[in-house]
Design a protein around this ligand. Structure first.
Ligand code: CUA
Length: 261
């Protein structure tokens, strides 16, 4: 029932019987479901790192507990004269270095994958303002040569409809097609903001006077909720981001309607 309400609120009425809803949950500890290959990569890297973190923490804790137990003044009344051992020092220097090298391999491949922008089909410009986002689709122009541009404000609590998420719903969503390489250009008009959508694996600083670039390839239709992630003033918590991923035909219909406005 909740999802149906969301689907009805979708710009393309009744086209989607089910709309996925990717937002944070109360007391959430883990990740949201990934919707882009990049977010899948981030989650995989996290799991890879957890393997080493668990082994290292258990080993270090065990050594610490052992040292505290065996070398207190009751158990060990006469101190050892041992001051160093070359072999053990080589081992405890080289082993962490090797672990870091092993971690660096998947880490760098993910880093470069995130940086890579594969000949995008669409470029969207997003500008942070105090306190709302504005979006521009400069690829398309109407008869008067105007590009699509609109502001996206949070819907205040008293205006929420049933099924809409508090502090996360916006009046004008960023609509994107699925399975398309999209370039996102991020900047700000006044102070620092950050355009962040967890399920898409995006967190890009919006800096006045500077263009930052990121990309997305959304694999499934749905609503992806995010929030400004750079303290930008009193209403920092009230400038959410809502990306609506739709099928390509629906996206084209949406573009046509926007150009007609
Ligand atoms: Cu904009 Cu925080």
């Amino acid at each position: 029932m909740f999802f149906n309400t969301l689907a009805k609120n979708s710009v393309l009425l009744n086209c989607q019987p089910i709309s996925h809803c990717d937002a944070a949950e109360n007391w959430q500890v883990g990740f949201q479901d990934p919707a882009t290959p990049i977010m899948e990569g981030i989650i995989n890297l996290h799991h890879d790192l957890m393997f080493f973190i668990v082994i290292v923490s258990v080993f270090v804790s065990w050594m610490l507990a052992r040292a505290l137990w065996h070398f207190d003044k009751v158990q060990n009344t006469s101190a050892s004269s041992l001051s160093h051992g070359t072999l053990i020092e080589v081992i405890w220097t080289v082993t962490p270095a090797i672990i870091l090298l092993v971690i660096a391999v998947p880490s760098f491949s993910l880093l470069y994958a995130m940086d890579e922008i594969i000949s995008p089909a669409i470029t969207i410009k997003t500008l942070g303002h105090q306190w709302y986002w504005s979006y521009e689709y400069s690829d398309y122009t109407n008869n008067s040569d105007e590009a699509i541009a609109f502001d996206s404000y949070m819907i205040p609590e008293e205006d929420l409809e049933f099924g809409q998420l508090r502090l996360l719903e916006v009046d004008n969503r960023l609509v994107v097609p699925v399975n398309t390489h999209i370039r996102v250009i991020v900047s700000a008009a006044d102070v620092l903001h950050s355009w962040a959508v967890p399920s898409l694996g995006i967190k890009c600083d919006a800096i006045p006077g500077r263009l930052n670039q990121t990309s997305m390839f959304v694999k499934r239709e749905g609503l992806y909720y995010g929030q400004c992630s750079e303290i930008c003033g009193i209403n920092h918590g009230f400038m959410p981001i809502l990306v609506e991923a739709v099928s390509l035909p629906n996206y084209i219909t949406w573009i046509y309607n926007k150009l007609d406005d």
